[in-house]
Design a protein around this ligand. Structure first.
Ligand code: CA
Length: 228
């Protein structure tokens, strides 16, 4: 089989250099562009097997690059995002990006994602809205959580809480914020109901609910999923 070609569109030269070296070592052909517009031109002329796309780019911004690619082809896209760019990331997934990696990331992780996305895109039907964090695979469309190939059965509320925490690892959410995501409206008196949901969620998710690994209590503030 021919070596898959990966196009990196990213304006941080050092990042491009590191990713290129890891991807080449992993056996990929690597092309790169430092701007959105030149990235798009390179994409058109080279038809890569996968695009690694930064969101903040000179020329054309990453979301517009993703849109332009999607208008013409279903080339798999992995987005590189900063944590503050949550909204952009969601828009990106809606636009049809296949996966995203949050900066700062390890190049190894990116290589693993590239392999996984290529595997999926070569196989039957691609899943387009996926959060992968630790060993969890959270499918936002199917509302499923899978670990080690086994589905973890969550209630819709537990799922939304997990989705929120996992969407921004490291960020602390107050009970009120979590309540808002689960109900769309807030009643301060019910903030503590979040504790009950978290307890159930831990019961299903954590190997040792007394020493939670995925959902951490931040005393006096709320909950967070620690950055992996
Ligand atoms: Ca950038």
């Amino acid at each position: 089989m021919a070596m898959p070609t990966i196009l990196i569109i990213e304006d941080e030269q050092e990042l491009v250099r590191v990713l290129r070296s890891y991807l080449e070592q992993a056996g990929f052909n690597v092309l790169s562009a430092l701007r959105g517009d030149t990235g798009l031109t390179t994409w058109e002329s080279s038809k890569p097997d996968l695009v690694i796309l930064d969101l903040n780019l000179p020329g054309i911004d990453g979301l517009d690059v993703a849109r332009a690619i999607r208008r013409k082809a279903d080339t798999p896209i992995i987005m590189l995002t900063a944590r503050v760019e949550e909204t952009d990331r969601l828009i990106g997934l809606e636009l049809g990006a296949d996966d995203y990696v949050t900066k700062p990331f390890s190049p190894r992780e990116v290589v693993a994602r590239v392999r996984a996305v290529l595997r999926r895109s070569g196989g039957e039907g691609r899943s387009t809205k996926l959060i992968r964090v630790y060993d969890l695979e959270i499918d936002l469309e199917a509302h499923s959580v899978v670990r080690d190939g086994k589905e973890i059965d969550l209630t819709p509320t537990e799922f939304v809480i997990l989705e929120t925490l996992a969407g921004q690892p490291g960020r602390v959410f107050s009970r009120l914020q979590l309540l808002e995501t689960t109900q769309g409206s807030t009643y301060e008196g019910y903030e503590r109901t979040i504790d009950a949901h978290i307890k159930n969620l831990r019961g299903k998710l954590e190997l040792d609910p007394k020493n939670p690994r995925y959902v951490e209590t931040v005393f006096g503030v709320g909950y967070r999923m620690p950055k992996p």
